[in-house]
Design a binder for this molecule. Structure first.
Ligand code: ADP
Length: 602
């Protein structure tokens, strides 16, 4: 059977059908077994009621001496068997649900991660998508199976109601329409409440996101230093509490509103039910109903009432609860995957030319352009520094060069190929980048460097060679397990290293990529001046043959660039080498003088 991807474009709008189809495709045998057991289990109340009726009838017949005692023994034996059979079935149902959930969990998370990695990077700037992904991450795995389980529980309740209705009709048909009409208001209350709860949950995402963020800050070792220093724990706790309370309150308002209405409808149902019981007693006295009929009717109408007023509406509410999740999935599945083009010869190329042609770029949901007509070419083997004040647009240029965003107009190309259309597999062979805000993987040293060339992760020699270039080898050698030392504080025995050491591992990772274009986005911000000078010196020697782009707001380090581009307010305002730019007496010269004065005074 074809495995449906959870995040494929949905073929139907009905989320229940989508959920069932998905589970069927992942685990058909378990799903069929579960449906079978659910249907049989749904008949439990009817079987019980029928057997009770037959027993009571036989007992009264026996009193009149026209019933064989062996028949009663047979019926009681059957009742005992059902008492054993149905609980076993219930346990089996539980077991099946656990097994299905386990199987589904794996594929749901995998599908979700795959989709998230394929969509355009700019989607993550969209608040709605951000909210949606926050919602998706909470219990995402269980929501798929829970949707189906709640539908099956609803089915079980409906089967139970139909079976019991049959028993009721056979005893006193007029009780059935009355029971159904009585249940309608409750059904309406449940329907409305689940609609409103869905709406509330959407609004609650915003508050939950803030409170989760704040609680993560409070519980984080890194931020704990500052929290203690500034004494801001109570202040942060207040933000956390306020947002948590807002979220709780929003939910409580809906639940209490519909809880009260539900209770009222329930009382009404009981008040209507009581006179009906008296009418039945009258029928028994008149002889229209037997005592056995009356007792079974009392029991079945009670069960039917519970099923109609609580079981079915509750389960229906439960099914509706998952609508938001499936709506979110639909939004996510409709997001376009990035498409890549095939650029023949690019992968084998050894020479690269980068070109920005009149590039305008605006971040999603921003009103103003961040880049305003950027044009430059970097020839093969050139070492270029991009400098400018904070917020000028330097990192944005790098993000465009890495193909994370597409220009609003203009072109960003490498050897004439549009970078955003180059597949990640090929792009990583061409370009490596050292970010300032890189990811620290709390895994081994080997992995932190080896991720630069995942196919060679076991090649210790290559990893060590990269670490030597990145100036990380000396401190790695001193670690207890060398390159296999676990980093970070999530392991009992993990080793903590300094910011500067993390950055050296990060730089080593970039060396490990072996690419011809090296991009450095403020890579030495966390290093001391000596380490910074050392890194740039090594870097200068190692990058002779390579094309290199360095972003920095420290002009001292920018001098390793043979050519310097000065960015101001999204435009290139100067282009030349250090001496030329000083002579120009423009933006670069002003910045250089200000910084050197600062260093001299410092
Ligand atoms: P620089 O690297 O020169 O310090 P950036 O390229 O990071 O500057 O940022 C340029 C401008 O773009 C800044 O005004 C910044 O606030 C804005 N910006 C950066 N990232 C985003 C984003 N994801 N969404 C909206 N605006 C952004």
């Amino acid at each position: 059977m074809k495995i449906h991807k959870l995040l494929e474009k949905p073929t139907t709008k009905n989320y229940v059908i989508r959920a069932i189809k998905y589970i069927f495709s992942v685990t058909p045998a378990l799903m069929i077994s579960l449906i079978f057991i659910t249907v049989v289990n749904g008949l439990a109340a009817t079987v019980n009621a029928s057997l009770t009726h037959i027993t009571l009838d036989s007992m009264s017949n026996m009193l009149e001496n026209n019933q064989d005692f062996r028949f009663i023994i047979g019926i009681v034996a059957l009742m005992v068997l059902t008492m054993i059979f149905f609980p076993i079935l219930t346990s089996l149902e539980g077991l099946l649900r656990t097994r299905i959930t386990q199987k589904i969990n794996k594929s749901v998370k995998a599908d979700l991660m795959e989709k998230m990695s394929k969509i355009e990077y700019e989607n993550f700037d969209d608040k709605e998508i951000y909210d949606l992904s926050t919602r998706m991450l909470t219990e995402v795995e269980t929501k798929v199976s829970q949707t189906v389980f709640s539908v099956l529980s609803l089915l079980s309740n409906v089967i139970s109601a139909i079976g019991i209705s049959y028993v009721v009709i056979s005893l006193a048909w007029w009780m059935l329409p009355l029971s159904i009409v009585g249940a309608i208001p409750m059904f309406f209350v449940k329907f409305k409440s689940s609609e409103e709860l869905n709406k509330a949950e959407k609004e609650m995402t915003y508050f939950n996101r803030i409170s989760t963020y704040i609680s993560n800050i409070i519980l984080n070792k890194e931020s704990m230093k500052e929290i203690k220093l500034f004494g801001i724990l109570d202040y942060l706790k207040n933000i956390w509490r306020n947002n948590t309370e807002k979220s709780f309150k929003r939910r409580l308002i809906v639940e209490s509103k519909y809880g009260k209405r539900g209770a009222l409808v329930n009382i009404l149902y009981v008040w209507v039910g009581t006179p009906l019981t008296f009418i039945n007693i009258l029928f028994v006295i008149r002889g229209t109903l037997t005592l056995a009929d009356y007792l079974v009717l009392l029991n079945t109408v009670g069960t039917l009432g519970l099923t109609l007023v609580h079981g079915i509406p509750n389960q229906y509410g439960e099914v509706r609860k998952y609508k938001l999740f499936w709506d979110d999935l639909s939004v996510l599945s409709k997001l376009k995957d990035v498409t890549y083009k095939n650029f023949p010869g690019l992968e084998e190329s050894k020479q690269f030319e980068i070109e920005f042609k009149d590039v305008y770029f605006r971040y999603p949901q921003c009103e103003e352009d961040t880049l305003k007509g950027i044009t430059f070419t970097i020839h093969n083997g050139e070492r270029v520094a991009i400098v400018g004040e904070n917020g000028a647009g330097k990192s944005t240029i790098i993000k465009l060069l890495l193909g994370l965003y597409k220009p609003r107009s203009g072109m960003v190309t490498v050897n004439g190929c549009e970078v955003s259309a180059i597949s990640p597999q090929i792009r990583k062979k061409i370009m490596s980048c050292v970010f300032q805000d890189f990811t620290k993987y709390f895994l081994s040293v080997r992995e932190n460097i080896g991720f630069g060339d995942i196919d060679q992760i076991q090649n210790t020699e290559k990893i060590r060679d990269s670490a030597i270039k990145g100036l990380a080898d000396p401190f790695i050698q001193k670690m207890p397990q060398g390159y296999d030392t676990m980093l970070g504080n999530i392991y009992g025995e993990g080793t903590d290293i300094s910011e500067g050491q993390w950055q050296k591992l990060n730089i080593s990772k970039a060396y490990n990529m072996d690419s011809n274009i090296i991009i450095l986005d403020e890579p030495t911000a966390s290093l001391d001046p000596i380490a910074e000078a050392e890194i740039y010196h090594t870097f200068k020697n190692l990058s002779e043959e390579k094309t290199c782009l360095l972003v920095s707001h420290r002009l001292g380090s920018a001098q390793i660039g043979e050519r310097i581009l000065v960015i101001q307010d999204g435009k290139i305002v100067e282009d030349g080498n250090h001496e030329q730019l000083l002579k120009n007496n423009g933006k670069y010269a002003t910045m250089f003088q200000a910084q050197s004065k600062w260093y001299q005074e410092g």
